[in-house]
Structures are given as C-alpha cells and as structure tokens.
Design a protein around this ligand. Structure first.
Ligand SMILES: [Mn+2]
Length: 257
C-alpha cells in the first residue's frame, strides 16, 4: 500500500428500505462519505448488505441507487480498488458490478495481508454455532437452481415478493440490535475458534448491525462495522491499526446509541 493511503470498510447500508425517501437520504450520506475518503483511499471494501435486495437478470438490474453507483464508478475510475462482499440480503450479485465498476465480488471470506498485518474479512452470516435453518436456506438460495428459477419469474413479481419480504426484516422496522455479551456473540466465538489454528490481527465483519471493537487476544481484535440506519459506522486501516469511526455523528448522538 502506498504511503499515507488507507483502506476503508463499511457494510449494511440496506439501501431500498424502509421507504424510497429514507433510503435516498441514506444514499446521499454514503455518497458524502465516499467523497470524504476518496483523497486517501487505496481500497474500499463494502462488506455485504449494501442493497436490501439485489438480483441481476441477464439483461436487467433493479431500479435505483444511481448516485451510489455513479460515485463508486468515479472512485473506481480514479484507481481506487472496490470489493463487494455478498451479504445475506444481496447474495445475488453476479458480474454487473464487476463489469461496470471493475469491482471484485467476494462470496465468502477474504484474507488480506498488508505490512505484516493479517485481516480476515467476511459479511458474517452463517458463521459460528447455531442458526441451522439459515445455513440450509443459504445453501439453497446460493444454488444455481434457485437462481435460475427466480430469474424465470417476471421481475414485477420476483422483486415484488422480495421487497415485501425485506420490508418485514428487523432493520427495515427500525429495530436496534442488543449486544449479547462476548461469550454469546457468535462472531466472537467463531473468530476465537479460527485463532486456535491461525493468527489474524483483525477480524472485520458486518451483519451484526452493531458497531463493535472487541479485543480477542493480546494481538487480535474483532471489529463489527455496524450499519448505516442508526450508526453510520465505518472502519479504516492505515497499514498499522484498524479504527472504527462514525460519519456525521455528533457526540451527543453517540451517547444515545
Ligand atoms: Mn444486514
């Protein structure tokens, strides 16, 4: 990584919910964030659930999100590397963003090593103990058969059903998550298991919808990227440390979150 350059991480924008207007407000904020980091960003990792629902038909993509996509194109054209992770809400990203934005799409985890620091990055869904039903569903949703069948539905119907479903999710209903305690947080448990076998300086996840920075061992930390409905959180890696930050949040507001 070039000197003075940084790597940025954010996740769980959930664009599209709860309403068009609210989502647009959030999209504008995300565009302001991207504008504020483009001078020193070497790379931007978008760690899943960027869209509350996404599907690419062979010739058609969902309406909307033009400001975000345009801004990402500008960053990409400036030479900033973009990486999208599939989230549980937008696992159906195929090659559109690769083609249009030159982005890399990651299905599961990605390991990066910079200046001797090792980072493990994953959206965070379907990891750790429990949640057997979801793990099974994930396998089905990710199968070629399921995607082929969904693509056969007329988009008005297919995306219509998906929209109804996504409007019933916790995040779309403005529910804030509650911290379960280190011993019960499944991504903490999962990361500690990995640490038994392999060292990572940082584990970076989304999905939990809670900004978290937890020391796992003397040399290892778990960072959760939170979400952009209540927190506007992102992480920045300067080659040495990963820091969790809030965008456009007053201290007074932070006391409330
Ligand atoms: Mn999410």
């Amino acid at each position: 990584m070039e000197e003075n350059k940084k790597i940025y991480f954010a996740s769980d924008f959930h664009l599209g919910v709860p309403t068009y207007e609210k989502s647009r407000e959030r999209e504008d904020r995300i565009v302001r964030w991207l504008d504020s980091i483009k001078h020193d960003a070497a790379e931007v990792f978008l760690v899943g659930d960027i869209f509350d629902f996404w599907f690419e038909y062979k010739t058609v993509i969902p309406r909307g999100y033009v400001r975000l996509l345009g801004k990402l194109a500008e960053l990409s054209d400036k030479g900033i590397k973009l990486t999208f992770f599939k989230g549980n809400h937008d696992m159906w990203m195929f090659n559109y963003l690769e083609k249009e934005l030159g982005a890399t799409i990651i299905s599961d985890e990605k390991v990066i090593e910079i200046n001797g620091k090792r980072l493990y990055i994953h959206h965070g869904d379907g990891l750790g103990p429990g949640d057997k039903t979801y793990k099974l569903l994930k396998k089905f949703f990710r199968s070629k058969v399921c995607q082929w069948l969904f693509a056969r539905l007329h988009p008005n119907l297919g995306i219509g059903i998906a929209d109804k479903w996504s409007r019933s999710s916790r995040i779309a209903n403005d529910k804030k998550e509650v911290f379960l305690g280190e011993e019960h947080e499944w991504l903490v448990i999962y990361s500690k298991e990995i640490l038994q076998k392999e060292h990572f300086d940082y584990f970076i996840y989304g999905h939990r919808h809670l900004p978290l920075d937890i020391q796992l061992s003397e040399t290892s930390r778990y960072i959760n990227l939170g979400e952009w409905i209540h927190f506007n959180t992102y992480a920045v890696f300067d080659g040495e440390n990963v820091e969790l930050k809030y965008f456009e949040k007053e201290e007074k507001e932070l006391a409330e979150v």
